[in-house]
Design a binder for this molecule. Structure first.
Ligand code: NI
Length: 201
């Protein structure tokens, strides 16, 4: 596993100094994350380090539970797919409202390396979230009208509820990725001596 070292040190922080990306079937990926209650420098420092970790792993979104921090925080930069572009956003205690319609997109996840599959998501919805300074914002997204960000935030929001993208797959889709899931399960067992939270499907 790769790690990102912090420039600053917060010995009494809620957030770890060193962020380590976890993979399926780590059990933290299955926990419901807790609300953020304090919007302080430690939180902002953690968010900055989440971006470092996301960039290092070439992601476009990363949720706090993916670095073993079971808090309702995720970050996105959906424009990273395009050369030289960026649109960094922090989403804290987010909630999804007024979902309408369905759409699908081929998704991947930093916690499921080398697994990709088409996932059904809502097409239009509002997302309400706080930024790292405690300001609340409502954003309306329409995936089919071009808001790719709408796919990313639905994927990341799932992580805060202990859900992962493979939970949305059909039995036929699971069959196609079964061998790769087994490889990740074996790697986790080898590293920890534990079975972890294995998908029961
Ligand atoms: Ni993910």
């Amino acid at each position: 596993m790769n790690t990102v070292r912090s420039m600053s040190h917060h010995p009494h922080s809620l957030y770890p100094e060193q962020l380590e990306l976890i993979h399926y079937p780590h059990p933290v990926l299955r926990k419901r994350a807790a609300e953020v209650e304090v919007f302080d420098d430690a939180l902002r420092d953690f968010c900055a380090r989440l971006f470092e970790c996301m960039v290092e792993h070439k992601g476009i979104g990363l949720a706090a539970p993916q670095v073993s921090v079971s808090k309702r925080i995720f970050i996105t930069d959906h424009l990273r797919r395009e050369e030289g572009k960026s649109d960094r956003r922090v989403w804290i205690n987010p909630r999804l409202e007024f979902p309408v319609g369905q759409t699908s997109y081929e998704e991947g996840c930093l916690s499921f390396p080398a697994i990709y599959a088409k996932v059904e998501r809502h097409n239009r919805f509002d997302i309400v979230a706080f930024n790292e300074w405690g300001a609340e914002q409502r954003i309306s997204l329409d995936v089919e009208a071009g808001d790719f960000l709408g796919i990313v935030v639905q994927h990341e929001l799932d992580h805060l509820d202990g859900k992962v993208f493979v939970d949305h797959l059909t039995p036929a889709q699971i069959t196609l990725i079964r061998r790769r899931l087994k490889e990740l399960e074996q790697a986790f067992k080898k590293a920890t001596g534990k079975a972890g939270a294995v998908l029961r499907r």
